[in-house]
Design a protein around this ligand. Sequence first.
Ligand SMILES: Nc1ncnc2c1ncn2[C@@H]1O[C@H](COP(=O)(O)OP(=O)(O)OP(=O)(O)O)[C@@H](O)[C@H]1O
Ligand SMILES: [Mg+2]
Length: 394
Amino acid sequence: MHLTRLALADFRSYSSVDVALAPGVTLFSGPNGEGKTNLVEAVGYVATLASHRVAHDAPLIRQGAKRAIIRANVHGATHDALVEIELNPGRANRVRLNRVPLAKPREVLGVLRTVLFAPEDLALVKGDPGERRRFLDDLLVAMAPRYAAVRADYDRVLRQRTALLKSAGLKGSNRNIQARETVMNTLDVWDAHMARAGAELLVGREHLVTALRPHVERAYAAVAGERGPATIEYKRSSVTDAPAEFAPLDEGTHGERVKAAAEALRAALADVRESELDRGVCLVGPHRDELDLKVRALPARGYASHGESWSLALALRLASFDLLRAGREDPVLILDDVFAELDAGRRDRLAALVAAAEQVLVTAAVPADVPPVLAGARFSVTGAALIAGAGDAA
Ligand SMILES: Nc1ncnc2c1ncn2[C@@H]1O[C@H](COP(=O)(O)OP(=O)(O)OP(=O)(O)O)[C@@H](O)[C@H]1O
Ligand SMILES: [Mg+2]
């Protein structure tokens, strides 16, 4: 698939911009702070309903404006779509698909699929486990949009169960036996909810990691061209023994796996209940799981060099791209400022790997950093305006 047009109103630094896009490579270049990333951030938002830079929408709305609008025309093999998103700070977004308002914004997920590489990706390797869980969940939703509901469901159950644990307030208090029993019975119900919702998410992630693994290993070798291997493994917070290895997704047994995972989660919840009541937090479940990353059998976080960490982050994105395009249309590939971070060899290898994608949107402060194999359309970005065809001389 590819974008044919992107129009923004009061999004970040842009009061108004409207740009026609074509398949192949498009390079946005210009000095720091002129609005290159703002553009591709909007594209990513259409695909994921979230920014890759900030957790909340407020910074996406132009200073002084009340709301922002993103319009994107998507051309796919089987459909053309116009997505319109109105971002309202503090309120739900309004999303229209082909001019029809959607009941839930998340119904738009899947219309545009993107894989975005950005300097922030280093946090996938060096950051907290939450970064890696979000990576898995975002990819899961991109692969199968129904996981957006699974994820929302789990988040809701987790919030409510945590609130219950906190309000139980049994820590050090002398509540009577009756009150304690009421809390325990309510907790039993929430344990069941949490096990059911959590198992669905957990099994989805485990399948995903199994599918992703060979792609990550290959992509790491391709980018880094150095001693490997890089490996990934899903670690449940609810078990201490080695995780079960799964065969590729098989519908016939998916239900059984979810059931087994739900039982395991329930047992784990029962095991930690006392400490949960003491601490007022949910101690096991997908929100505490980890995606283990290793380079040459050492944990990437804390051991890998800067270059190795970058290569691994790139490998995770490239692997996502491979997985998303397998048997389907290419997602739109976005490379935000990644070439400046790489040495010449890695630049060339990365460029060669992505050059054939249906549409590649590249940003760079210095156009010369972008390898020649990624020649294509060019825009010069200055003060939130776009000048087509500029920057060729660089
Ligand atoms: N909500 C907003 N309202 C107005 N301006 C904003 C808003 N959010 C960001 N900006 C401005 O947008 C600019 C940053 O744009 P962007 O991140 O796209 O730059 P860039 O061209 O990618 O730069 P670099 O080369 O450094 O990555 C900053 O000058 C910032 O002040
Ligand atoms: Mg930028």
